[in-house]
Ligand binder design. Structure first.
Ligand SMILES: Cc1ncc(C[n+]2csc(CCOP(=O)(O)OP(=O)(O)O)c2C)c(N)n1
Ligand code: SF4
Ligand SMILES: [Mg+2]
Length: 351
């Protein structure tokens, strides 16, 4: 219950990260979601990723819209900045915050209703502008908070808990993200923490628009036979194209791989992601091939997961706008009012 404070006492033998924090320092309030909701597993993965990356909690800003998914930032990163916005409006609030202070790490948390229905336009524009953020959609195919209506990501032909057939075509958010120019695109499953935690870590280190679609079953309204977003369905149809095994800077995971099955993805800041290829032909640097592959596998009824696309040379909104390095919220009067001579020069350049 959110009004119940978690006890602060913890065991002295708990693991500490480089900043001296335990996982507990990255948690939030006690969850009020239904027991077994996929969203709680995503919160746990975010906590794990931030702990392992040694992120200072006060350098993170978590923003969300409305929905069970958008409630989850209350349950993680209790010492970070947070803004629970209006339904579907998280991306524009996040964009504004990012423009005002480029130094924070931005986590946008949303649902399939929040981002594929009412917030579809906002979702699209934040990705095509390259806002430096990790945008996570906790995708359960329904409006969980308002009692289980089909959302725009529900598959055509899938059935509601009461047996109604969905006749509308679904919106595939990763295909859209690829088409819109997101520079990091991944899909995962709330029930696969081993896959999800490294993807979140890599997305945090990515300096550009990083989008992760996480299939996250709603146990109350969309976990029955006939649903394509249930635990059973996703486990049976999950087709992982690769696995992120480690990110340099962390202790290397020793593994014995067949030659040609490991690929290194060097990011802009020099960090290296090590990808274990599960499908020899899958290339996460080829946006067009990724789009084609997704469509083909989707038509075959598979749920493709893994790192689907990463641009090793991303540019973010600040780079596109050529903004100054200093965050806008730190600019003083001297920088903001450079005087009449500077204004005359500017006006002359526009004539
Ligand atoms: C402007 C507006 N329209 C409708 C609603 C009602 N509403 C609240 S949450 C929600 C859908 C949430 O679905 P999703 O984003 O998928 O989150 P989930 O609960 O499934 O995690 C709707 C339609 C609202 N709060 N505000
Ligand atoms: S209604 Fe569904 S999405 Fe909402 S908390 Fe319950 S299981 Fe999760
Ligand atoms: Mg939903």
């Amino acid at each position: 219950m959110t009004y119940l404070a978690k006890p602060r006492l913890h065991h002295p033998a708990l693991e500490h990260n480089k900043l001296g924090f335990t996982r507990r320092d990255y948690e939030g309030a006690i969850s009020t979601l239904c027991a077994g909701c996929g969203h709680d597993s995503i919160s746990a993965a975010i906590i794990q990723a931030c702990f392992e990356l040694d992120l200072p909690p006060h350098r993170i800003a978590k923003l969300s819209g409305i929905g069970c998914s958008s409630k989850t930032p209350t349950y993680f990163l209790g010492s970070s900045h947070g803004f629970n916005s209006v339904h579907g409006r998280m991306p524009s609030v996040l964009t504004g915050a990012n423009l005002a202070n480029r130094e924070l790490i931005y986590l946008g948390v949303s649902g399939d209703g929040d981002s594929a229905s009412i917030g579809l336009g906002q979702f699209a524009h934040s990705l095509r502008r390259g806002v430096n953020m990790v945008y996570i959609v906790e995708n359960n195919g329904v409006y969980g908070l308002t009692k289980g209506q089909f959302s725009a990501t529900a598959d055509k032909g899938s059935k509601s808990k009461k047996g109604a057939l969905n006749t509308d075509a679904p919106i595939d958010m990763v295909s859209m993200a690829l088409q819109l120019g997101a520079t990091f695109v991944a899909r995962s499953f709330s029930g696969d923490k081993e896959q999800l935690v490294p993807l979140i870590k890599a997305a945090v280190l990515h300096r550009g628009a990083a989008f992760i679609d996480v299939i996250s079953p709603c146990v109350a309204f969309n976990n029955h036979p006939g649903s394509t977003k249930s635990y059973d369905y996703v486990r049976e149809h999950n087709e992982a194209v690769n696995r992120l095994d480690f990110i340099t800077g962390r202790p290397e995971i020793k593994a014995d791989y067949a030659p040609g099955t490991v690929e290194e993805v060097t990011q802009h800041d020099g960090t290296v992601l090590r990808l274990r290829k599960l499908h020899a032909e899958y290339d996460p640097h080829d946006r067009i091939a990724a789009m084609r592959y997704l469509q083909e596998r989707q038509a075959a009824g598979e749920v493709v997961t893994g790192l689907l696309y990463a641009d090793p040379e991303p540019a973010d909104l600040h780079a596109h706008l050529n903004t100054v390095d200093m965050p806008f919220n730190q600019l003083g009067e001297r920088e903001l009012c450079p005087g009449a001579a500077a204004l005359d020069t500017l006006n002359a350049s526009l004539r």
